[in-house]
Design a protein around this ligand. Structure first.
Ligand SMILES: [Zn+2]
Ligand SMILES: [Zn+2]
Ligand SMILES: [Zn+2]
Length: 157
């Protein structure tokens, strides 16, 4: 699996600051710590902050590309109704979440549910759809192919 595991021998001296044992595996953080980019972890989870927003998935890049969608224009993350978390794609949700995906609910259409991985703008579903696959904040081009999967991401009226 694509994970960001750094062998303990390559960790800087003094890192990790605290080490506990979870399930027999030495870990640098408590279980409650959501971001484990440099720690030895048992699960194929990766997560990173993109302009301050946590994005979970498989091999999440700095502009929210992932193991499944890594093209030039694959620079949005989508928020799911089930867990209110952002993922680069539905396959990322399937890979790292412990529950079934729910699209972003129509009843919460006034809340942001799309993250631009280039500038960090968060958009409502309508703002994203109305923008024609261009970020209204930074003009980054989004992948129009995502439209084929909108039903997985957005609850329709
Ligand atoms: Zn979820
Ligand atoms: Zn993905
Ligand atoms: Zn943008």
């Amino acid at each position: 699996m694509l994970t960001q595991i750094v062998p303990e021998t390559e960790l800087a001296p003094g890192f990790p600051p605290t080490v506990g044992r979870v399930g027999g595996v030495s870990r640098a953080y408590s279980v409650a710590e959501p971001l484990l980019p440099r720690a030895r972890v048992a699960q194929p989870v990766s997560a990173r902050r993109v302009r301050g927003v946590e994005v979970r998935g498989v091999d999440v890049g700095p502009e929210t590309r992932c193991a499944h969608y890594a093209g030039e224009r694959d620079v949005i993350a989508l928020r799911f109704g089930c867990c209110e978390r952002y993922y680069p794609c539905f396959a990322c949700h399937e890979a790292v979440a412990d529950h079934d995906a729910e699209p972003w609910p129509r009843a919460r259409s006034d809340e942001p549910a799309v993250l631009c991985g280039v500038c960090g703008a968060t958009l409502t579903v309508d703002a994203y759809l109305d923008a024609g696959f261009v970020c209204p904040a930074c003009d980054a081009a989004f992948n129009p192919g995502c439209a084929a999967h909108h039903d997985r991401y957005f609850e329709r009226p």
